[in-house]
Ligand binder design. Structure first.
Ligand code: SAH
Ligand code: SF4
Ligand code: F3S
Length: 472
């Protein structure tokens, strides 16, 4: 599938990896007296989560079951993220802690993959200073896990394979889905935008779309198996279908997915304001299965900073888009991402971000302090504001958004929403679900409702989440 694209993995390569799955399976059966357990931990975005579901699919076929307890694992796989320094620090700490475990279990294998290790300086550091790590592999070769694992288990040398390249579309890998009713469906990989703060284009390669027919078939299979929520994934889903050109843009894809018969909802993330068109917003409004939720990161309210970030829009254009979106979808819930303390940002410019937040009416917002990423343009820029000062700005912004969110959620009191019931909150025993607008709502209900849609009436509005009761 997707065979015409320069991004596709060749049929011979897929065949070769399938043979390695069989070889590894035989080896694992002979090596372990028990069913071996794998601990797979994923950092970062849903794109990484979707990759992990493919890596787990491979491990399952080789004969592993999964554990949440790293202490009993025969294999540890960390799928890492490079988006901020903090994410990387956590990985270094957690991998370091594995040294003791490995000393107790010689057959244990430790594997690292994902965006963080795609950076040459990081891969080198792990290779040199963490000799107990067996396999390090980059984002362009996730389909080669069977080969890497087989070679490592059969006593081969340590492996570190981080090829540069534009990226692949990993079709035809086995798949182990974490949920039986919510599915991640990648529609594209990589990014071409080169926002000046961001590492993603360097570690994830060029933007490449999956074949629409493959996506539609995958969605049909999911619906036939009873999945209730399908989330389409990409760093910038609004530019879906540009490379390769399949004659589909994102709106057309959404419409065809909406036409699949069945009781399910469609979500997508992330949207980029520069490519978010009125056509897309109209499509959302007209497609009954498309959730009325838009995650539209704005990053900053200052036009000068937006330009320095290479974002390709102004705050005015962003607010106009929202105005149009609310006009065609009055119940729309908008969420966003924002970066505080971009190099050279002044307090006055930061205040423009606060102003935008007051106007935009986000139901929730992810706020990040700028983190310098080696190799990006922003890492070269002067950054005179101290971390302490940025921390102050961060708290100011949270207070502004808290007031906005509280006002928005309080408008939900007494309303009834269709909610996908997801899991019991261990802390208070309440069922947790999400409204169409992706707001968490808690209510008393037993486990039997998990994985189904129920109507829930809001009885209490907390700042970020709602409480309610079953309406029927
Ligand atoms: N492709 C998405 C975002 C992916 S990264 C988009 O363009 O909107 C998720 C969020 O992490 C970004 O929206 C941004 O707010 C934040 N982020 C990315 N790089 C960062 C950095 N160097 N420092 C701080 N936050 C960053
Ligand atoms: Fe990063 Fe910008 Fe691409 Fe998003 S659009 S992944 S922020 S470069
Ligand atoms: Fe992190 Fe890579 Fe996603 S850097 S946010 S895991 S694309």
């Amino acid at each position: 599938m997707n065979k015409d694209s320069k991004f596709s993995v060749s049929a011979e390569e897929i065949e070769k990896q399938n043979e390695y799955i069989q070889l590894a399976r035989t080896l694992v059966e002979a090596k372990f007296q028990h069913t071996p357990k794998a601990f797979v931990h994923t950092y970062g975005c849903q794109g990484n989560v979707a990759d992990s579901e493919r890596l787990k699919g491979v491990l399952q076929q080789i004969g592993y079951t999964f554990t949440e307890d790293v202490n009993e694992a025969d294999l540890v796989l960390y799928n890492t993220c490079a988006i901020r320094e903090h994410a990387e620090d956590r990985v270094f700490g957690n991998v370091g802690a594995l040294k003791q475990l490995k000393a107790k279990n010689r057959d244990m294998r430790i594997l690292l993959c994902g965006c963080m290790v795609q950076q040459a300086h990081i891969a080198e550091k792990f290779h040199k200073s963490y000799p107990f790590v067996d396999v390090i592999f980059g984002t362009n070769v996730i389909h080669k896990l069977p080969e890497f694992l087989y070679k490592s288990l059969s006593g081969g040398k340590r492996i570190c394979e981080i090829p540069a390249g534009d990226g692949v579309v990993p079709e035809d890998m086995p798949l182990y889905r974490d949920s039986e009713f919510k599915a991640w469906l990648p529609i594209m990989y990589g990014c071409n935008n080169f926002c000046t703060y961001c590492i993603v284009p360097y570690v994830r390669g060029r933007e490449r779309s999956r074949d629409p027919q493959v996506i539609i078939q995958e969605a049909k299979d999911l619906v036939a198996r009873g999945y209730k929520e399908i989330t389409l994934l990409g760093q910038n889903v609004n530019s879906y279908g540009k490379n390769p050109d399949y004659g589909y843009n994102f709106s057309k894809l959404l419409r065809e997915l909406n036409d699949i018969e069945g009781d399910f909802i469609i979500r997508f993330m992330t949207s980029h304001p520069k490519d978010c068109t009125h056509e897309l917003l109209d499509t959302m409004a007209q497609c009954d299965k498309v959730a009325k939720h838009l995650h539209l990161p704005f990053q900053c309210g200052s036009d000068r900073v937006l330009k320095a970030m290479n974002r390709g829009y102004t705050s005015g254009k962003y607010l106009e888009l929202l105005e149009y979106a609310y006009s065609v979808m009055p119940d729309l819930s908008v969420t966003s991402d924002v970066i505080v303390g971009f190099p050279g940002e002044t307090y006055e410019e930061f205040c423009e971000t606060k102003e935008l937040v007051k106007k935009a009416g986000f139901t929730s917002m992810f706020t990040f302090i700028f983190s310098s990423r080696e190799g990006t343009k922003a890492a070269q820029m002067d950054d005179p504001i101290s971390e302490e000062e940025k921390g102050k700005w961060f708290r100011e912004l949270l207070a502004v958004q808290e007031a906005v969110a509280a006002e928005r959620t309080s408008a939900s009191l007494g309303k009834t929403y269709r909610v996908l019931c997801e899991s019991i909150n261990e802390k208070n025993g309440l069922m947790e679900g999400r409204t169409e607008g992706n707001i968490i709502i808690e209510f008393p209900a037993d486990k039997s409702v998990i994985g189904s849609f129920r109507n829930v009436t809001v009885t209490e509005c907390l700042t970020w989440i709602l409480r309610g009761e079953l309406a029927e």
